[in-house]
Design a protein around this ligand. Structure first.
Ligand code: FMN
Length: 326
């Protein structure tokens, strides 16, 4: 019998499939359904820094773009910090798989104490969804990166539970940034954050949000960076984007991710996606005589340097019959 249990940033998961942070993981019944379907863990809906600032009386009318996205996705759901702690407690009571709380933050100011409260409330880990993007021409990349490092250091100083960092794909040097986050104390990196997209309505000239779930093909740019990073950095990686079937789950694990986080497919096809992913993984392992899932992590990346170098090729040179020729 294939063993699909895995150690992820020190947590023992029954499966590498995690129900990713979304409005679905806000709902207690959905959390239970995710557990029953065989999820290894759940990431709770994020608490956005804006909500903490509101509690502190610093209401700003220019929401951070990502917060705007996710809050718009379910405008009725707005947590204050007390409500969020209550939510973490309820989730930890309701299910026995690991509960990963999620904080969406831009800087250190709001987090230092609140992260400790989240730990006390019963979270098994925290995922920091750091979403600081230097939109201002006077902010350079180095100072933007430093913000991430400062957030990780300050949270790690306050909690004993593992801390994952969910990053965007917009760094100029992703493996180097991952290494810096690991040096700052991060226990895992989640690749990648999905940012809010806007379109211009050509009739009204107004901006409108585009609420799209991932497409399966969105996974491949993430796959590239999982493979390239996992070969160089000795830190757990959780891949998120475009997992709809076991083939993508397998690809992410073979590229070096220890876990995957699924959201869009759960909206579209329900929690049974999780059990399908688990059984697809187990039968692939059985077919290959792989006893424990940890044996296959990075099998197509870490040990195949030349293959990963192909991932580093950015431009097509020649394509024939669907294959790339160099
Ligand atoms: C409706 C919706 C709400 C989401 N809310 C959050 C959130 O609060 N925090 C977060 O870190 N990610 C959030 N995400 C991103 C997902 O956790 C996931 O990383 C992303 O959607 C990519 O995975 P997918 O392709 O399976 O959807 C949300 C995604 C969706 C679709």
């Amino acid at each position: 019998m294939a063993d699909i249990s895995i150690d992820y940033m020190g947590l023992k998961l029954g499966s590498p499939v995690i129900a990713g942070s979304s409005t679905l993981t806000k709902d207690m019944d959905s959390l239970k359904k995710a557990e029953d379907a065989g999820a290894g863990a759940v990431v709770l809906k994020s608490l956005f820094e804006e909500e903490l600032r509101q509690d502190a009386g610093e209401i700003e009318d220019d929401y951070h773009p990502e917060a705007y996205d996710y809050m718009n996705a379910d405008a009725a759901m707005v947590y204050g910090s007390a409500e969020y702690l209550e939510y973490v407690k309820k989730a930890a009571d309701k299910i026995s798989i690991p509960v990963i709380a999620s904080i969406n933050c831009e800087g250190t100011k709001w987090w230092t104490d609140f992260a400790a409260n989240i730990e006390e409330a019963g979270a098994d880990a925290i995922e920091l969804n750091v979403a600081f993007v230097p939109f201002d021409k006077d902010i350079n990349g180095t100072s933007a990166e430093q913000k991430y490092i400062d957030v990780v250091k300050s949270v790690k100083n306050k909690v004993d539970i593992p801390v994952a960092v969910k990053i965007g794909s917009n760094f100029s040097a992703i493996p180097n940034m991952v290494q810096k986050l690991q040096d700052a104390g991060a226990d895992s990196i989640t690749m990648f954050n999905k940012y809010f997209q806007l379109k211009i309505n050509t009739k009204t000239l107004e901006l409108e949000p585009i609420h799209t779930f991932s497409e399966p093909s969105d996974a491949y740019s993430v796959l590239r960076w999982v493979a390239i990073t996992s070969r160089q950095c000795n830190i757990d990686i959780s891949a998120t984007t475009g997992v709809y079937n076991e083939d993508m789950l397998l690809q992410y694990l073979l590229a070096g991710a220890k876990t995957v986080q699924v959201a869009s497919a759960l909206y579209k096809d329900g929690m049974s996606v999780i059990s399908d992913l688990n059984s697809g993984l187990a039968s692939w392992m059985k077919h290959r005589n792989i006893e424990n899932v940890s044996e296959m992590i990075g099998l197509a990346a870490k040990k195949k340097v030349k293959q990963v170098q192909t991932f580093e090729r950015l431009q097509y040179i020649k394509i024939a019959d669907g294959a790339i020729f160099q």
